[in-house]
Every structure is written in structure tokens, then in C-alpha cells.
Design a protein around this ligand. Structure first.
Ligand SMILES: *Cc1c(COP(=O)(O)O)cnc(C)c1O
Length: 427
């Protein structure tokens, strides 16, 4: 598939049926796989042969879909996980252990912030959060001798900050560690972080990749470019024998291209079991088949809504990276010339009361905590996810009471604008 454009890879990547085989990816709904001899199966356990024995470790349907996403991102190997949370946890925990340290952008998804700053901290993994817009000096100063990974989001959910991937990749590589980028919002259709130096790419496939709000899922893609052996002192888990897996040294046996995903599968998936079901993977693949058709529409609708709101007298400000007034306009144009995603945030004048009225009057846009779905939805954090916070606390957290996050779906943009206009009129 590597010679084809990303549009073709969305449709046909990951699976090429042979003569008389099913046109659509088969759902292999089986926990286990049958062998004629114990010797045959033993070779799989020893990682001497590739094949399937138990769907907690690998499943053919999941592997076909992972392969498609791997092709879309331009990676070397990939694996599906049960959720985006599991993908980010595995991507980091595969190279970090007690005593390690992570440098992370402070502008990331709340769930990931919690994962790194609270739960992984309990495992003895430390973190330094940096402002994604910080200077190279400040970024370099965040590294420690025990730093093992750098983490950021290409477009942050929900702040919509755009990561300068080259700046973060250069700093990571200068310190002998990989850059992990969560690329959920732009998807590989609009941005491929590996082309800009990222080593590991993760996704919550729950968002645009599925795109229909049907299944929770995640994926990890390894670029296959990071030289673990050249930094062997930092990555003993990849560069020294794994006693829990027949003394295999992953970086030696599977090389740069295979080591990371093989270790994440044979250790982390074996022990934590955060698998995506074959049914979910099949549904995810249906979403992927139209990802390249849907993303431009999400962007078109996001842009139209952002432009409409920017000119409206009841709106304090609009945050959308491809508006020329946006702080990230230049960096967004550099990394995402075709636009980023359909999520727009804006502050309504009049605070909590005005926002509540606005939300109540929306007819087409639904009130949901979800984003990146075919159907447009809105969220006012002050009256929902952040309702325990006072107006002062909200302001300090950068989520003023009048803030609305809107995920523009695939409807007609004129209908979306009409809905917004009448809801604003009602304030
Ligand atoms: C939603 C989201 C996640 C978490 O994904 P789940 O599939 O909900 O576990 C991680 N990162 C980003 C950027 C997200 O938007």
C-alpha cells in the first residue's frame, strides 16, 4: 500500500483479500486458535514464528486494522488498545519504570494529565510539565538524567494549542529519548507527526477515526526510527534480556522497526489485557474507510462556524487554530496546511447565565461530553464537567464560565450557523 495516497490507504489499507476471500475485513470472533502440535504452538510462545494463540495478545481482525492505521501514519508497527487512555499509558509505560521521568506538554487532555500526574506518579514515575510554547532553553532545562520520554498532543483537547513537533522532537532526540505524540484531533489525514520527527504516535480512535460515536478504542504506532540500542543504558527493558519472556532482548531480536510494539504486546498487553475487541476493530475500520472524506468536511464546518462566531457581537473570543487571529495560525499552517479538525471553542459574553441560555436553545447541536463525531455537539464546562468550580476558579483554570466547546460534525454548515445564530439571539 505504501505507493498509494493516504486516501486510498484509508479505503484499502491493512487488508488485501486473496482469491475468493471476503471483500470486507473478517471479524475473527475467537478467543483462541488451534494447532496440530504443541511444537507449532511453542514456536509462537517463543516469538520464533508469528501467528495467533490467544486474542488477549493478538487477534487477526485487530491486527488488520492496526496495520491500516500504521500505513496511514507512515509507521513501522502498530497495535490496537481498548481505549485512548490505554494507548497513552502503554506508550509511556513501555519505556518508563519506577525512577523514570517524563517531560510533557502541560496542554493535554484531562484524562492523560491525570494519568501522568497522578496515577503514573504513584508508580514512581515523575513528570515535568512544560508550556508547549516555551523557548528551546526552557524545554531543554526540563530534562533530567532519568528522563525517558517526551509527550505532547498535536492539537490539544480541549485547549486547541498546536504542538511545535519539530521543536519537541529535536529536544527529545538531543537527550536520547523518543517523542510520543497523541495525534487524535488532526488524524493522519491532516497531520502525520512521524514526518516531523515524532517516534511514537497514539490515538483515541474513539474520536474521528471511528467518527460515529460507536466504539471506545486506541492505537499505538511506532515509527521504527528510534535507535534504542544507541541509548541502551536508558532503555533496559528493550535492550537487555526479558526474563519474563524467555530471555529475549527485544531491540536485538526485532530491531528498531519491531522492538517497541513487540514488547508492548508481549509484556503490557499480556499483563494488563487492555485489548480492543474484534467487533470494535471492525466498526473502527468502517470509520477509517471514510476518514479522508470526513475530515475535510469537519474542517470546513469548523472554519465556517469559527468565522461566523468571530464576527458576532455576543461572542467575547473564538479559539480555532486556522483563524488568522489565532496565536497558532502560523504553526498550524506549517503542520496542517489543510486544516486541523472540527473542534472550536468560544466564550459567550455574559458568563454562566448567558451560556446556560445559549445551550438550552440549541436545536441541532446536542449537549454531550463527546467530541469528533459525525453529529455536532456542544459542551459548557461551567455547567457540566466543571460545575463544582466557582466562576473565579474557572477563570484561573482557563475555562471561563461562558466558554463553550463545539465539535462540528458533518451536517450542512449553514444549518449549524443558523442553529448558533438563533441560540445566541435567545440570550
Ligand atoms: C479522548 C481522548 C483521549 C482518551 O481516549 P479514550 O478513548 O476516551 O480513552 C486521549 N487523548 C485525546 C487527545 C483525547 O481526545
Amino acid at each position: 500500500m505504501s505507493d498509494y495516497s493516504i486516501n486510498t490507504k484509508c479505503v484499502q489499507g491493512g487488508y488485501t483479500p486473496g482469491n475468493g476471500e471476503p471483500r470486507q475485513i473478517p471479524i475473527i470472533q475467537s478467543t483462541t486458535f488451534k494447532y496440530d502440535t504443541s511444537e507449532d504452538m511453542g514456536k509462537l510462545f517463543d516469538l520464533e514464528a508469528s501467528g495467533y494463540f490467544y486474542s488477549r495478545l493478538q487477534n487477526p481482525t485487530c491486527d488488520m486494522v492496526a496495520k491500516k492505521i500504521c500505513e496511514l501514519e507512515g509507521g513501522a508497527a502498530a497495535m490496537l488498545t481498548s481505549s485512548g487512555q490505554a494507548a497513552n499509558f502503554f506508550a509511556l509505560f513501555n519505556i518508563c519504570e519506577t525512577g523514570s521521568h517524563i517531560v510533557a506538554s502541560s496542554s493535554i487532555y484531562g484524562g492523560t494529565f491525570n494519568l501522568i500526574s497522578v496515577t503514573m506518579k504513584k508508580m514512581g514515575i515523575d513528570v515535568t510539565f512544560v508550556d508547549p510554547d516555551c523557548s528551546e532553553e526552557v524545554l531543554n532545562a526540563a530534562f533530567q538524567d532519568n528522563t525517558r520520554a517526551v509527550f505532547g498532543e498535536s492539537i490539544a483537547n480541549p485547549a486547541l494549542t498546536v504542538l511545535d513537533i519539530e521543536k519537541f522532537a529535536n529536544a527529545a532526540h538531543a537527550h536520547g529519548v523518543p517523542l510520543v505524540v497523541d495525534n487524535t484531533f488532526p488524524t493522519p489525514v491532516n497531520l502525520r507527526p512521524i514526518e516531523w520527527g515524532a517516534d511514537i504516535v497514539t490515538h483515541s480512535t474513539t474520536k474521528y477515526m471511528d467518527g460515529h460515536g460507536a466504539c471506545i478504542g486506541g492505537v499505538i504506532v511506532d515509527a521504527g526510527k528510534f535507535d534504542w540500542m544507541a541509548n541502551a543504558d536508558k532503555f533496559p527493558g528493550l535492550c537487555t534480556p526479558d526474563d519474563s519472556y524467555h530471555g529475549i532482548t527485544y531491540a536485538e531480536k526485532f530491531g528498531k522497526e519491531g522492538a517497541f510494539i513487540t514488547k508492548a504486546t508481549s509484556q503490557l498487553m499480556r499483563d494488563f489485557g487492555c485489548v480492543q475487541s474484534p467487533q470494535s476493530a471492525f466498526i473502527l475500520n468502517l470509520g477509517l474507510e471514510s476518514l479522508h472524506v470526513r475530515m475535510p468536511r469537519h474542517v470546513e464546518n469548523g472554519q465556517a462556524v469559527a468565522e461566523f462566531l468571530e464576527g458576532h457581537d455576543k461572542i467575547e473570543y473564538v479559539n480555532y487554530p486556522s483563524l488568522p487571529s489565532n496565536k497558532y495560525y502560523e504553526v498550524s499552517k506549517k503542520y496542517m496546511p489543510n486544516g486541523g479538525c472540527g473542534v472550536v471553542s468560544f466564550e459567550i459574553k455574559g458568563g454562566r447565565e448567558a451560556a446556560e441560555k445559549f445551550m438550552k436553545n440549541l436545536k441541532l447541536a446536542a449537549i454531550e461530553t463527546h467530541v469528533a463525531d459525525a453529529r455536532t455537539c456542544c459542551l459548557n464546562p461551567a455547567t457540566s464537567t466543571h460545575r463544582q468550580m466557582s466562576d473565579e476558579q474557572l477563570k484561573a483554570a482557563g475555562v471561563p464560565a461562558g466558554l463553550v466547546r463545539m465539535s462540528c460534525g458533518l451536517e450542512d454548515k449553514n444549518d449549524l450557523i443558523k442553529d448558533l445564530a438563533q441560540a445566541l439571539d435567545a440570550i
